[in-house]
Design a protein around this ligand. Structure first.
Ligand code: NZQ
Ligand code: ZN
Length: 392
């Protein structure tokens, strides 16, 4: 087991009607003037924003609002948010929406704290030393941003999608009411479930030995997500299934499933370039490339993929050699993705890159030679290109 630090400082307030506590929670964090940040309209339509604003007023807090965050959140709106917050002397940001809204809030928080263009952090030009405090009311179980240290922003200048991680951006609290996710269309529900599975797999596929407890937590989490995703495809308003998935979403990305493991993250980096170039939904992009990544790398340690096949996908332990069992597990996960309406190729995703575009994405993915990606198998630009080609 590797040495590790586990730091999960976000206060989780979970369950029905919890959004009514937004005001008192923000006040307890020292807020006086709040930016309520939201997306394209789902939170307005459901009445959630009205309930949040009423709670802030009741707690004696004033607020300004900024909506319009789109999936694959844009740097230009982050800049607008920073200007608005400066003008309005905002001291707390409340993100009401999906991972894109929470990530946009984090980027505004960095820019406001440092009084600079936050792209400097995402472009690795400098490191953050603070962030304006943030609270989150997630309305989709997916990115796990409500408990993670990361955020991902797309710069329209060059369509670069870049992530940045620091503990400063961790949400002070996350109000998680599974009922808020009941209005999600099936496609977004499935994208979210895929992302949650992927956050777990990225940490699970590691060569590190003696990680029994962490592996078992990850395996249980993945089985829980698949079981409840199937329920939601039939019964989207099932509260208990929504609750299981929402909690899994946070735990899959707050570090718990990575304690003592090394982590891979190649599928995420490969997907981020698809998101930047084709603006695809993150979860769907992950499903489209995962099988190709898995077949490209599994021979590094077929036994780990065989463990996944048996413990997570229900492949019989005596199905064959480790290689055969590993491949059966990869096929079973792709079958699961299909069963919830997710693509397992770029064609099915609806984003078919040309040879030139695959080269460009691979170069962007390795920061034009400044890094490699992946831990299970270290990938260079030519490997990434090969995976895009396999995923066509
Ligand atoms: O904007 P609205 O109208 O709210 O519509 C959103 C959006 O169209 C809709 N939606 C959200 N809640 C809803 C709802 N529709 C109906 N009812 C509800 N309750 O869902 C759509 C997708 O929203 P988005 O926020 O983009 O989804 P998600 O949470 O999957 O976030 C994706 C972003 O997070 C990044 C991804 O790269 C992507 O940019 N990630 C962030 C991470 C992090 N910060 O730790 C880690 C992840 O790996 C991921 O990379
Ligand atoms: Zn993700």
């Amino acid at each position: 087991m590797k040495n590790f630090e586990y730091y999960a400082p976000t206060r989780v307030v979970f369950g029905k009607d919890t959004e009514k506590k937004a005001g008192e929670l923000a006040k307890a964090c020292g807020a006086s003037r709040v930016l309520v940040h939201f997306g394209g309209g789902s939170a307005k339509k459901s009445g959630l924003l009205d309930r949040i604003c009423a709670s802030l007023t009741e707690a004696g807090l004033s607020y300004v609002m900024l909506g319009g965050v789109v999936p694959n959140p844009r740097l230009s709106l982050v800049h607008q948010g920073i200007e608005l917050c400066k003008k309005e002397q905002v001291d707390f940001i409340l993100a009401v929406g999906g991972g894109s809204v929470i990530d946009s809030a984090k980027a505004i928080g960095y820019g406001l704290y440092h009084n600079c263009d936050p792209w400097l952090f995402y472009d690795r030009k400098t490191v953050a030393s603070g962030c304006i405090p943030i609270g989150a009311v997630p309305t989709i179980a997916a990115a796990g941003s409500e408990m993670s240290d990361s955020s991902v922003i797309t710069n329209e200048d060059g369509w670069l999608k870049r992530g940045y991680s620091s503990d400063y951006s961790r949400c002070r609290f996350a109000i998680m009411n599974p009922e808020l996710t009941c209005t999600l269309p099936p496609y977004q529900t499935a994208c979210g479930c895929t992302d949650i599975l992927m956050h777990t797999m990225e940490r699970y596929f590691s060569h590190e030995k003696h990680t029994d407890l962490t592996d078992s937590i990850s395996e249980a989490l993945m089985r829980t997500v698949m079981k409840n995703a199937r329920i939601l495809m039939e019964d989207p308003r099932n509260y208990d299934a929504r609750a299981e998935i929402m909690w899994a979403g946070s735990l899959s990305h707050n570090g718990l499933t990575g304690c003592g493991t090394a982590g891979d993250w190649a599928s995420h980096q490969i997907e981020h370039e698809l998101g930047g170039m084709f603006d695809v939904a993150h979860g769907a992009g992950l499903a489209a490339v995962w099988g190709s990544w898995a077949r490209y790398v599994y021979q590094e340690e077929p036994e780990k993929f065989a463990q996944f096949a048996v413990q997570v996908m229900g492949v019989p332990a005596d199905a064959g050699t480790a290689e055969e069992t590993a491949l059966a597990g990869i096929r079973a996960m792709e079958d699961f993705f299909h069963s919830i309406g997710m693509p397992t190729s770029l064609r099915e995703l609806g984003a078919v890159p040309t040879e030139e575009q695959m080269k460009e994405m691979a170069q962007k993915c390795v920061f034009f030679g400044r890094r490699t990606v992946g831990g299970f198998r270290v990938l260079h630009a030519e490997d990434i290109e090969a995976i895009y080609r396999m995923a066509l």
